[in-house]
Design a protein around this ligand. Structure first.
Ligand code: NAD
Ligand code: DAU
Length: 349
């Protein structure tokens, strides 16, 4: 029985990773370690919560005593670390939260692994899930490779870059078996509606303005979240110690084009006239330090481990819209309470 701690398993990507590992590897015991911040939601895992090889532990990765006791009691063979503060706009208003969870929390986990796995580093693995935003912004051409120099611009990406450096330092200095992956923008089910796609779906559904920052010319490389979870599986099992892999969708979209596409899909699904939803598009003040373009070169991952994205974006986006329309209660639940206050502060009422 292999015991794995997955941190941040109640969040968007983490819940897909937990589901994949629990259902695909019945001989693994999966412990979902999550603080349940505003972004963590156990409803994301209802379908697997009764599986015998799954357990939830509520805890905070900034709490060193808790981590020490957890590692001593559970003796995990591996950590897949996704817990983080993940929203760029929140990092602009509250940067310190991002330092605490993303930097200090990661170092706390590394320290727990270093202490409790001492003498057995070659049979234990620390997998750190990171982002393409550590590489900064691209101009009109080029792609991020694993060799691209780090150049983060937002407090979020600076905190993720810092955590990546600590993970590499623990590999190089202490010999911990570590792996890092840097992924592009994910989309799919259970995505919290502070991020562009689910926020736009929710607003279009409710006939509210769809806020597009600046002129909508920024470009992101979108990947279906289940393809990310599969990449994490493949890398966790196949990567050499100390390795880094970029993960991306080969799927660049200008924000405004993406929103136009989404509006068209929503018109069709909601039985609205062509162009009705697009009238909700509202250009608003740009994000401070807004990175122009991200694009991932995932050649290394394809060549070494055979991973490629499985889903075309148009199909994936339609599936995602279907999921949100079929899961009204989930959306209602996460957009009540604190969300309303966040929305008013971010978008002005
Ligand atoms: P998310 O915000 O949906 O989920 C984060 C989870 O971490 C939540 O369940 C939250 O409760 C938990 N958490 C936060 N602080 C914690 C703490 N101190 N202790 C324990 N748990 C805590 O994030 P996501 O979008 O699923 O991203 C997951 C990871 O993947 C992050 O590390 C992020 O940087 C990275 N990533 C995200 C994307 C993306 O497009 N969303 C792309 C590339 C990489
Ligand atoms: O690239 C990977 C990153 O993708 C992850 O590391 C982050 O955790 C994740 O949040 C995401 O970051 P982005 O900032 O790219 O995602 P977001 O959905 O916030 O924004 C996508 C684009 O849409 C970006 O150019 C900003 C723009 N945007 C966003 C919001 C929320 C708008 O135009 N309007 C909005 O209301």
């Amino acid at each position: 029985m292999k015991k794995i701690i997955i941190t941040g398993g109640a969040g968007f990507i983490g819940s897909h990773v937990v589901r994949r590992f629990v259902t695909r590897y019945p001989d693994y015991e999966v412990i979902n370690l999550d603080k349940l911040t505003y972004a963590g939601n156990l409803a994301n895992l209802r379908d697997i919560e009764d599986r015998p090889n799954y357990r939830f532990v509520k805890g905070d990765i900034t709490d060193t005593v808790f981590l020490d006791e957890l590692f001593a009691a559970e003796r995990p063979a591996a950590v897949i670390h996704l817990a983080a503060e993940s929203h760029v706009d929140r990092s602009i208003s509250s940067p310190l939260e991002f330092v605490l969870t993303n930097v200090v929390g990661t170092v706390n986990l590394l320290n727990a692994a270093k202490k409790h796995w001492e003498g057995e580093y070659d049979t234990h693995r620390f997998y750190h899930v990171s982002t393409d935003e550590v590489y900064g912004a691209l101009g009109d051409t080029g792609m991020f490779t694993e060799e691209t120099r780090y150049d983060p611009h937002s407090p979020y990406s600076a905190s993720k870059a810092s955590s990546d450096h600590f993970v590499r330092a623990y590999h190089d200095t202490y010999g911990l078996d570590t792996v890092i992956s840097n992924c592009s923008n994910n989309y799919g089910s259970f995505h919290f509606p502070e991020k562009l796609i689910p926020l736009a779906i929710n607003n279009i559904k409710n006939k509210r303005p769809v806020p597009v920052y600046g002129k909508g010319e920024n470009i992101r490389d979108w990947l279906w979240v289940e393809d990310h979870a599969r990449a994490i599986d493949v890398i966790f099992h196949g990567a050499a110690s100390g390795e880094t892999y970029n993960i991306g969708g080969h799927n660049e979209w200008k924000n405004i084009d993406l929103i136009q596409l989404l509006c068209g899909i929503m018109d069709k699904k909601l039985g609205r006239a062509d162009g009705e939803s697009a009238r909700l598009i509202t250009f608003v003040k740009d994000r401070a330090g807004h990175d122009l373009r991200y694009a991932i070169d995932a050649t290394r991952l394809k060549q070494d481990l055979g991973w490629e994205p499985s889903l075309q974006f148009e199909e994936g986006l339609e599936k995602t819209v279907d999921w949100y329309l079929a899961n009204e209660a989930w959306l209602q639940d996460v957009t009540s309470g604190h969300y309303q206050q966040y929305y008013a502060e971010q978008y002005g009422g």
